[in-house]
Design a protein. Sequence first.
Length: 232
Amino acid sequence: MKRAYLLLVILFTLSACDQANTSTNENNTAVIAGDINVKDATNTEVSPITVGDLSKESSEFLAEDESDPSVSNFETAYKMCTEALSEYYKAIWNGMDIDLDTYIDNEKLKQYMHTKITSQYELFLKNNLTDNLVTGIDISVNKAEQVGGDKRFFYLKLDARVEKDVGSYAEATEFLVQVLNGRLVIVDWYTNGKDSYDAIVRGENQTINNPDIWNNSEWVNKLADRILVQPQ
């Protein structure tokens, strides 16, 4: 694990060097353009999604409007996030593969999610918890917003109930989604909760509203330092 964490720090540092000229103005936070009516946005009745409902028709989630995450793209954004979240739970509990390239373009966010998934699975494996497999996942929309400003994006807060062989648990996850090169991608992914990985590494009760956060080299390097000192 120490070698894995050290490798992550090196990767983060190299990636940060590539984007040394990139800066994030944290005062330019986008403003809320208004809540999305989930049913109107999808033109269908949105109900909780289960693992069995998810199927990959494409390796990419193409945007209907390539220039802007408009309401017409909400259904695709919702499907992408529910699929990503379902695959995440199956990865950390069941040891199944997850193709992060399908959902994420930013290399630093992908590295963070890879480390998070590996850390969670190894923790469960160490504590003999991986025999209690995930058998179903129900996901519903808690909140959905289209946010405007210089960087337009979707904010989605999804509630997931994870059913296992024995017992179940529920938690909420926040996503930011943008259009990049004609496809929708997740630009931030945060799960809050007591003793959750994100709460420990990134901090509890974070405000998730900056789609450029993973382009902030200083912030990413500080995060890598926190990962390095996590208990193993």
